[in-house]
Design a protein around this ligand. Structure first.
Ligand code: AMP
Length: 193
């Protein structure tokens, strides 16, 4: 089993890199942002709640997202593991994930931490907003998402550092180059265990 977290600020390339890593390692890709956007499209009860938070650039409540994650995780059984994209975003979520995996006799192997300078994040997100149609890719929501990232999400790094699972990756450059850096980092970390 290989359970990875792809981590980083909004716009750091988590979704893009996930699509390569899921193929490389036959992983089940769970993007909580994608799940929420689906729920909004379906106009489900969950979607209606989530919409309010997402549009403001805020995190949806931990209990709601942990419930969603635990339901989605059941779809992972036919894969070699999971790539978690956009989850966990708080230390409470990280603790819940440890418990959920523990119940299956599993754990997180690595948190891949994509490092990208703030100015580049804003530029990427504004450019993405021109084509994505995402309600939160506008300047006000982007600034708020970055603030929330620093205050609520960044502490998750320390949680995995303490477990010796932190893999920092320079997230600037050609997409294929970054994928190579990640794969080399994963192989290095797994072989050293
Ligand atoms: P993303 O597509 O990962 O950028 O997520 C878009 C938005 O969905 C975020 O800004 C949050 O409002 C919400 N969201 C996604 N994942 C989570 C999570 N793990 N915890 C709380 N909110 C989340």
């Amino acid at each position: 089993m290989l359970n990875l977290i792809i981590f980083g600020a909004p716009g750091s390339g988590k979704g893009t890199q996930s699509t390569f890593l899921e193929k490389e390692y036959n992983l089940y890709h769970i993007s909580t942002g994608d799940v929420l956007r689906e729920e909004i499209k379906k106009e489900s009860a969950t979607g209606k709640i989530a919409k309010e938070y997402i549009e403001k650039g805020h995190l949806v409540p931990d209990e709601l997202i942990i419930k969603i994650l635990s339901d989605v995780l059941d779809g992972a059984s036919e894969y070699n593991g999971v790539i978690f994209d956009g989850f966990p975003r708080t230390v409470v979520q990280a603790e819940a994930l440890t418990d959920l995996l523990h119940q299956k006799g599993q754990e997180i192997d690595l948190l891949i931490d994509l490092n990208v300078p703030e100015e580049e994040l804003v530029e990427r997100l504004l450019n993405r907003g021109k084509i994505s149609g995402r309600s939160d890719d506008n300047e006000t929501a982007i600034r708020e998402r970055l603030k929330v990232y620093h205050s609520q999400t960044e502490p998750v790094v320390d949680y995995y550092k303490a477990k010796g699972k932190h893999l920092p990756i320079e997230g600037v450059g050609e997409i294929e180059e970054i994928t190579k850096r990640i794969i080399n980092g994963i192989e290095g970390a797994l072989n050293s265990h």
